[in-house]
Design a protein around this ligand. Structure first.
Ligand SMILES: Cc1ncc(COP(=O)(O)O)c(C=O)c1O
Length: 469
């Protein structure tokens, strides 16, 4: 087969099709070229993939990077530490509640963070002489990245093709029900009853799997690309924490997409602070995306005093190290970015203006009978529009219609970049969502522009779907 002339040489996305190119950007706006057409002044409503916390072309980044470059080129993190990684770790620890985290590992991606967290948990159990504790319970329909370990604790069609290579799904990487009130809460069930049903399901799974062999429970605090930002119901995360305490399990939260300022109510970093008191904090937490704002490839694993203590009292040696862990340039840049976000109150800004965006979208879209919007949900700077064929029964569109991706194309025509996704579970359930996660610099005026453009895009999608019907 010959490759079409003019097609991409980058092995990513679709092969043999022309890709969309991001050409340039400023603030929350970018220019995209697609199929030979240039789209200027496109509102990047998903900041890449909920990444670019400072937006495009921040004027301070060049200076931050230039300082970082002159200080440190490279040292191997397994043997020689660097000040920049230390400072970033201290920053994250100091800006979380006191005593919650004690240490951090800096990686280059969220997937790598998941992969490392699994190994850190495993070694923790060995260090404390609990080698039988090996099972990890995570949720159906969850996404934790795309390495083999990450797809093993994840559960999406994206990973399903690699099923035969995954860590054993029956005995090691066990799944509990997803948490998705819009789709799974039964009629007449209260939020508390739904929470209890999910917690009972988890407890039964633990009891059926010999609690002495269960090691950890892992969930995304606010799921994103998998099922689109369902806010956990009352008591759910606290209930998971309590079950972990009861059965001596590690409580792991994945905040790669929802964390590091995207949805913190207090101008700080962690999303779980919406739902949990510091004494119920996770034992281990993954982070990424907004940490480096897309300017550097950095993600991390945050480690509680409890986990660290087992290593200190055990062998004292952390097994494994990767060449580009704790990379000084990445850490220094991420620290500069985080300081700027803090100094400018941008976490608070995205929490307030993100919630305003969500509220305005709910007002504009939910009561409109013929627009196929079933739900608008989210928190802070992380929101989802879910499309359904029937608003009252919540019946989804047939998956072959690819309504989620189709909406992304329509949104681009209306000047907005979103992530339009179609999802599927293991039981024949499907759904279509549009994910929104703007930069932290979003203003009230930006919210108005975004709501107007998205409302028009939703109307255009509805017209298209109606004409097909
Ligand atoms: C919740 C969650 N965990 C992990 C990852 C993996 O991160 P990365 O794509 O940086 O490897 C993602 C990516 O979207 C994610 O949303």
């Amino acid at each position: 087969m010959t490759v079409e002339s003019g097609s991409s040489h980058v092995f990513q996305g679709y092969v043999g099709k022309q890709k969309a190119y991001a050409k340039e950007g400023q603030g929350v706006y970018m220019t995209i070229e697609k199929n030979g057409k240039e789209y200027k002044h496109v509102f990047d409503a998903i900041s890449g993939a909920a990444v670019a916390s400072l937006g495009w072309g921040d004027p301070d980044i060049a200076g931050i990077m230039s300082d970082a470059l002159t200080k440190h080129t490279y040292s191997y993190p397994g043997l020689i530490a660097n000040e920049e990684a230390e400072k970033l770790a201290k920053f994250y620890i100091d800006h979380s509640a006191p005593g919650v985290f004690a240490s951090a590992l800096w990686t280059c991606s969220g997937s790598e963070s998941t992969e490392n967290a699994l190994k850190i948990i495993r070694q923790y159990q060995i260090e404390r002489k609990k080698p039988r504790k090996i099972k990890i319970i995570s949720r159906e329909c969850s996404y934790h990245g795309f390495t083999l370990g990450a797809i093993s604790i994840g559960n999406t069609p994206r990973g399903a093709a690699f099923k035969d290579m995954m860590i054993n799904q029956e005995d090691v990487c066990i799944k509990m029900p997803r948490c998705w009130p819009y789709r799974d809460m039964k009629e007449g069930e209260t939020e508390e009853e739904y929470t209890q049903r999910l917690l009972d399901a988890l407890e039964n799974i633990i009891l059926d799997n010999d609690p002495e062999t269960v090691s950890a429970v892992c969930v995304e605090t606010l799921p994103g690309s998998s099922i689109g930002t369902p806010v956990p119901p009352k008591g759910y995360l606290k209930g998971l924490r309590d079950i972990c305490n009861k059965y001596d399990l590690v409580f792991m939260l994945d905040e790669v997409m929802c964390g590091t300022g995207r949805a913190n109510p207090n101008g700080k970093l962690n999303c779980w602070e919406n739902f949990l008191a510091p004494e119920d904090a996770p034992d281990i937490q993954t982070v990424g995306k907004t940490l480096g704002s897309g300017y550097v490839t950095i993600a991390g694993v945050l480690i509680s005093p409890k986990i660290l203590g087992a290593y200190v009292e055990g062998t004292g040696l952390i097994l494994g190290a990767q060449t580009y862990h704790s990379h000084a340039f990445n850490c220094a840049t991420a620290l500069g970015i985080q300081k700027k976000i803090l100094q400018n109150g941008l976490t608070k800004n995205v929490f307030e203006n993100g919630n305003l965006l969500g509220k305005k979208l709910q007002e504009a879209l939910l009561d409109e009978p013929d627009n196929f919007v079933g739900d608008v949900r989210g928190l802070g700077g992380f929101w989802t529009i879910e499309f359904v064929k029937n608003k009252s029964t919540k019946q989804p569109f047939p998956p072959e219609m690819k309504v989620g991706p189709c909406f992304a194309d329509i949104a681009l025509e209306h000047g907005v970049n979103v992530m339009g996704l179609s999802g599927a579970d293991n039981y024949g359930g499907t759904w279509d969502i549009c994910l929104l996660g703007p930069s932290f610099i979003i203003t009230k005026d930006d919210v108005e522009v975004l709501v107007q453009r998205l409302t028009k895009a939703v109307q255009a999608l509805a017209q298209k779907l109606q004409s097909k019907a």
